[in-house]
Design a protein around this ligand. Structure first.
Ligand code: MG
Length: 383
């Protein structure tokens, strides 16, 4: 029996993790839960999974007082005062499924106590990955990627010597707007950008998939997690999302991880690590799929990918700044304040300002993030 804390339990990944735990009550018990906004769902989850601790920034007191209505033993679920504190309570695995840089200090807290961190929070890896890897080594903890592509690379690397790895290839479906003519992209509505053809995910990541900024973040994420340079990572367009990633070895051979597109595989592989789950996802029927398609990414259609790769080459400051600016821009797009194409236009103006900021200390990440946000808000004239 493993205990699991989920940071961001009401989001798309968090709910899928709880679905896995619900399926396997003999293997897992929930230690802690946190939600950013969705208090109603958090309350339901607390009722169902009886965690010992929870955290909710918006309405902790309200939740606690309404909990009193249905809890006989009022002491069994305790409200903590920060995500970091929740990450610090003993649990065999902490799943970080929060969105954005908000997950930074919680990730640090898990690794500082030598814990296992199953991490889907890619912005934190992008901004602080080098530091997280150092903490993992120093305190003997473990970081397990939850992002599908990185989970696939992680699986392909099992038992392979790193020096015989030549290339890592991550695939991209192309997102919700992959078939929309380029000249129409400036007129795209949030609803259209949120309709992903393959994956059901949170709003921010779905828009990031439509711009392919998500894939750029994933390249940086792979650089940090697997400690390789940007030149050894490639992006491959692959509409069917059946191959999640490939690793090419020095002998020219490739290993790929294939499955039906369902995050449950990454989640169960992380929860059962170093083992595997049983029936984590439906079996893959290649005869039904028939054909798989591949292409190079079109950098004109996807300028956000090009900018993210430029940031990856430039250094940590540029990566932090673009990630922060993108959080602001996607939010502004979803609120109807800017056009879809403004996301790339603005990111293109943020990048040069931070190009020379390299080797960022852990303590300085949030101030660079803040500067990038301020600059982005000043550009779009909205908060
Ligand atoms: Mg992914």
């Amino acid at each position: 029996m493993k205990t699991v804390t989920i940071l961001g339990s009401t989001g798309s990944v968090g709910r899928q993790v709880l679905a896995c735990i619900r399926k396997h009550p003999e293997s897992f018990r929930v230690a802690g839960l946190s939600a950013y906004k969705n208090e109603d769902l958090l309350r339901e989850q607390i009722e169902e999974f009886s965690p010992t601790h929870y955290y909710n920034p918006g309405g902790a007191v309200e939740i606690q007082s309404s909990l009193f209505d249905f809890l006989e033993d009022k002491s069994y679920t305790k409200c903590l005062s920060s995500l970091e504190e929740l990450a610090s309570i003993p649990a065999d695995i902490v799943v970080s499924a929060v969105s954005g840089i908000a997950g930074l200090w919680a990730a640090v807290a898990v690794l500082k106590r030598g814990g296992t961190l199953a991490i889907a929070n890619k912005e934190t890896i992008v901004c602080a990955g080098r530091h997280l890897k150092a903490l993992e080594k120093k305190y003997g903890g473990k970081m397990i990627p939850l992002d599908t592509e990185h989970s696939a690379i992680f699986a392909c690397l099992k038992g392979e010597p790193q020096k015989q790895v030549r290339k890592m290839i991550i695939t991209a479906s192309g997102g919700a707007l992959r078939d929309v003519p380029m000249e129409k992209l400036s007129k795209v509505t949030p609803e259209e950008a949120l309709y992903h053809p393959v994956w059901k995910m949170g709003k921010k990541i779905t828009v990031d998939s439509a711009t392919l900024f998500n894939k750029g973040l994933e390249v940086i994420e792979a650089m940090r997690l697997f400690e390789v340079s940007v030149d050894s990572i490639e992006v491959l367009m692959h509409r069917e999302s059946v191959i999640h990633a490939l690793v090419e070895f020095t002998d020219g051979g490739c290993k790929a991880l294939m499955s039906v597109p369902d995050m449950a595989l990454s989640i169960e592989n992380a929860l059962y690590y170093p083992g595997h789950g049983v029936d984590s996802v439906a079996p893959l029927d290649l005869t039904k799929i028939g054909a798989l398609h591949f292409a190079q990414p079109d950098m004109e259609r996807y300028p956000c990918l090009r900018l993210a790769l430029e940031a990856a080459r430039a250094g940590e400051g540029a990566c932090i700044a673009l990630s922060a600016a993108d959080e602001v821009l996607v939010d502004a797009f979803l609120r109807g304040k800017i056009k879809f194409t403004d996301i790339a236009n603005c990111l293109g103006k943020v990048l040069p300002k931070f190009r020379d900021v390299t080797n960022v200390d852990l303590e300085d990440i949030l101030s660079i993030d803040e500067r990038a946000r301020k600059y982005t808000y000043s550009m779009i004239g909205a908060r």
